[in-house]
Design a protein around this ligand. Structure first.
Ligand SMILES: Cc1cc2nc3c(=O)[nH]c(=O)nc-3n(C[C@H](O)[C@H](O)[C@H](O)COP(=O)(O)O)c2cc1C
Length: 159
């Protein structure tokens, strides 16, 4: 008995289309966001607490990224599903452990920079701005490429 009498393998093309669509959807929904802020009450314990909660929540929310931190500056990259990144950023903005939160960049990306890190933590490296430059507003004036490159270099460096 023949169960199907239409053209050969009718479902193959359709399956391919669905696969392509879902690939596109995944790509579209992966968002990266970079912001900077000024720490308030920065010390090792405060930082440890932030990282502990961040890693716990980010694992739950499928978010990865990196937090560059120094007494005078936070620079954080968050990446993950758009809705999760935006609700995490909304919580972060309300946090009184920092001030002057400024969004530097947000956009869709094809792949994660920190796929293995629920939140990589990094003390500011020598190639970042000096405290004087930070005070003078260097971060807000830096070209976006420069800011993104900081994270690209960090992602490529051993932990
Ligand atoms: C500099 C900084 C970075 C933070 N990064 C994250 C993060 O990556 N993920 C996260 O869930 N919370 C992060 N937090 C903590 C949030 O602000 C917030 O306290 C936490 O998500 C718990 O929110 P809730 O008490 O409303 O549930 C960060 C806080 C600061 C000050």
């Amino acid at each position: 008995m023949t169960l199907y009498e239409g053209p050969e393998q009718p479902s193959l093309a359709l399956a391919e289309q669905v696969r392509d669509l879902s690939k596109g959807f995944k790509t579209m929904s992966l968002t990266q966001l970079i912001y900077t802020s000024r720490p308030f009450g920065f010390d090792d314990l405060a930082l440890m607490n932030i990282l502990l909660v961040s890693r716990h929540n980010n694992e739950r929310d499928n978010i990865t990224g990196s937090l560059i931190c120094r007494e005078d500056i936070y620079l954080q990259l968050l990446e993950g599903p758009r809705a999760a990144v935006s609700s995490t950023y909304a919580r972060i903005m309300r946090d009184d452990r920092h001030a002057e939160v400024v969004l530097l960049w947000a956009g869709d990306v094809k792949e994660r920079l920190f796929p293995a890190w629920f939140m990589r933590h990094d003390p500011v490296q020598s190639w970042m701005w000096t405290p004087q430059q930070v005070r003078a507003g260097a971060v807000n004036e830096a070209p976006m490429e420069e800011i993104r490159n900081i994270f690209v270099r960090l992602a490529a460096s051993p932990n």
